[in-house]
Ligand binder design. Structure first.
Ligand code: B12
Ligand code: SF4
Ligand code: SF4
Length: 382
């Protein structure tokens, strides 16, 4: 599928919120009035959740981040250990920030994403990556909201973020009332379950806080026991090095042997801990077209994905977040799934990649072919 020229659904596609209206009333001058106006504008632009918090986080966020880093749980994501002061404190990043606007965009799936895990000749791409890159979609909306805000409150300043900046997005979203950090460590919303992308605007405007959300996990531990690779060292604590999302997206070399079998057919990201959360019963499918699944990425055949060369990979994943990991890492993941498939028809596909110029692909092909050979021999001797 080609990228659409614009990600905005027609209903919300405006560069400036309120454009087309004859005369806007003058801008609100109280923290409550400003927050109310911004909420309306954000919802009109296609955001599904909006909240406000002071540009401040408690010392526990820094302490937890330090503990995570001290244990080395960031693995190869060395950038998490840089600019810690900025990540843990909004004013560490931008001293002039007075308020934070936390925004969420729903990317809920239509069906149970875990059903695909049974189809071993297919690759499971996590829900968030089955269509366009959410960074592009959310950033575009954040910028539209930002343009409208600086026009409306002249002299105010702001900065917009989604994912990649040193910003503690989940604690900020909780502080702004969008949800709470569940035991799987992601933000859970009473209205959208586990399926919200997050973005933020730091602003010099004083905005009335929405009030923080409290933890509604109670005694539930479903997400912790659902993890195929035992990545949780306890409630709220994730060892990223063991997480399939990290192993398939962030990790560069061969996948450590101890995780290969448990990864099954997951070839990009993982949804298990998110999908089992009981709060998803209140969730609904994404309304943003760019976040609805592409048909060809909903249950792609492993055999076809393994045959992708660089050009084929780039063409298939143009505009997709998957493009970022490149053909070699992606085919490595596909070969891991082929090794787990037990499908004899895929043996030749794996064997053909043993001589691939990329060492990471060749190693994964060797492993997959050997594993399938062994499985075939075991079946034959029964
Ligand atoms: C690094 C990163 C990853 C890493 C590490 C994940 C992690 N949990 O830290 C990896 C690659 C594994 C990853 C995976 C995923 N990610 Co990610 N990731 C990030 C990123 C860039 C930074 C997160 C971070 O700071 N981690 C460092 C640790 C220390 O922070 P933390 O998880 O908040 O950990 C806190 C808790 O453990 C807490 N804690 C410890 N004890 C206690 C006790 C209590 C009571 C509480 C409340 C908290 C608590 O303290 C820590 C510090 O606050 C954010 C974007 C951002 N800038 O925030 C996206 C982000 C968190 N990812 C996101 C997504 C969607 C995913 C995946 C679902 C993608 C997928 N399907 O594969 C998975 C989910 C895996 C999981 N269970 O977390 C979304 C989550 C949206 C949401 N609703 O929360 C974010 C916010 C991006 C976005 N803008 O939407 N991700
Ligand atoms: S995303 Fe998957 S591998 Fe990572 S913690 Fe959740 S269930 Fe475990
Ligand atoms: S599955 Fe249960 S413990 Fe995990 S985040 Fe959801 S409610 Fe909390």
């Amino acid at each position: 599928m080609r990228r659409r020229a614009s990600g905005c659904p027609p209903r919300t596609c405006r560069t400036t919120v309120g454009a087309g209206k004859k005369a806007l009333p003058s801008a609100a001058t109280t923290p409550e009035g400003r927050a109310a106006e911004i909420r309306d504008a954000a919802l009109a632009l296609g955001f599904d959740a909006v909240g406000f918090a002071p540009a401040h986080l408690g010392p526990e966020v820094r302490a937890r981040l330090d503990a995570f880093l001290a244990a080395g749980m960031q693995g190869e994501m060395g950038w998490l250990a840089e600019r810690v002061e900025q990540r843990a404190h909004p004013q560490g990043l931008w001293p002039e920030a007075v308020s934070v606007i936390a925004l969420g965009m729903n990317y809920g799936p239509e069906d149970d994403p875990l059903a695909l895990l049974e189809r071993r000749d297919r690759g499971a791409i996590s829900v968030y990556a089955r269509n366009r890159d959410y960074h592009d979609i959310v950033k575009k909306r954040l910028k539209a909201l930002a343009r409208w805000m600086v026009e409306r409150w002249k002299g105010s300043e702001l900065k917009v973020f989604v994912d990649t900046a040193p910003v503690a997005e989940k604690p900020l979203a909780q502080a702004a009332g969008l949800g709470w950090q569940g035991k799987h460590s992601n933000l859970v919303s009473r209205e959208h379950g586990s399926w919200l992308f997050l973005g933020e605007i730091y602003t010099t405007l004083d905005l009335a806080p929405s009030g923080a959300e409290v933890d509604h996990c109670g005694r539930c531990t479903r997400c912790l026991s659902a993890c195929p690779t035992d990545a949780f060292t306890g409630p709220y604590r994730l060892d990223a090095r063991r997480c399939i999302s990290y192993l398939t997206i962030e990790h560069h070399g061969p996948i450590p042997h101890e995780f290969r079998a448990a990864m099954g057919n997951r070839i990009y990201g993982c949804d298990d801990c998110l999908a089992v959360c009981p709060w998803n019963k209140f969730a609904h499918a994404a309304r943003e077209p760019g976040l609805m699944p592409r048909e060809d990425l909903s249950a792609p055949r492993l055999a076809e994905l393994a045959r992708l060369d660089d050009a084929g990979f780039r063409a298939l994943f143009s505009g997709s977040p998957i493009k970022r990991i490149g053909r070699d890492r992606f085919v490595r993941n596909v070969l891991n799934a082929i090794g787990n498939s037990g499908d004899p028809a895929l043996l030749d596909v794996a064997a053909a990649l043993r001589a691939d110029p990329s060492p990471v692909v060749a190693e994964a092909a060797e492993w997959a072919a050997r594993r399938m050979d062994e499985a075939a021999r075991q079946q034959g001797s029964r």
